[in-house]
Structures are given as C-alpha cells and as structure tokens.
Design a protein around this ligand. Structure first.
Ligand SMILES: [Zn+2]
Length: 98
C-alpha cells in the first residue's frame, strides 16, 4: 500500500536545528583547534543582550534579545575567530569580560 501525498508537509525553510557533528577519534586528531589570540583553547559561553528597537524586531515591539558569545577561559576576551563578521562591541574583544 503506497500512500503517496500523505504526510508530505515539509518546512519550506528546511531543518534549522544545529547539531553537533558526531566526532570520531580520527576526526578529532585531524581537525585544527580553534585558538584565541592568547593561545587559549577552552572557551565559556556567555550571554550578551541586545535591545532591539520596535523598528527592527520581528514582533514589531521593543525586545531584549540574548546573544551567546564565546569567551576565552585563559584571557577572558572574545577572540576574533568567534566574531568573523565583526559585529561584537570592540571592548569585549580587547578587555577582559570575565
Ligand atoms: Zn584568550
């Protein structure tokens, strides 16, 4: 019994969920480490909050939006590698946040 056309509803945007890839020992050995300018390789996730004005928020109202950032555990700064688009305030990249 082939029930074609049933349950074919798909999200037009496709799957948006970000999944951590399954890492094998081989992949870990061969992949480069992400390092901070100071040489640190361990990072902590912190939150930065942005106040969205009614003009740019999706709800049409003023909103406070949390934004995860990665802070180096060694120097306490956000390395450039985690801000490729240069959108973070420069003070959190040049001075200790932790
Ligand atoms: Zn660092």
């Amino acid at each position: 019994m082939n029930n074609l056309g049933n349950g074919q509803k798909k999200n037009p945007l496709g799957a948006q969920a970000i999944q951590a890839p399954q890492l094998t020992a081989e992949m870990i050995k061969n992949a480069a480490n992400i390092t901070c300018e100071c040489g640190g390789m361990v990072f902590s996730e912190k939150l930065l909050f942005k106040k969205m004005s009614a003009l740019i928020s999706t709800s049409g109202r003023e909103e406070i939006a949390p934004m995860p950032i990665m802070v180096c555990d060694k120097c306490g700064k956000v390395p450039q590698v985690f801000d490729p688009q240069n959108v973070l305030p420069s003070e959190i990249k040049t001075t200790k946040v932790l």
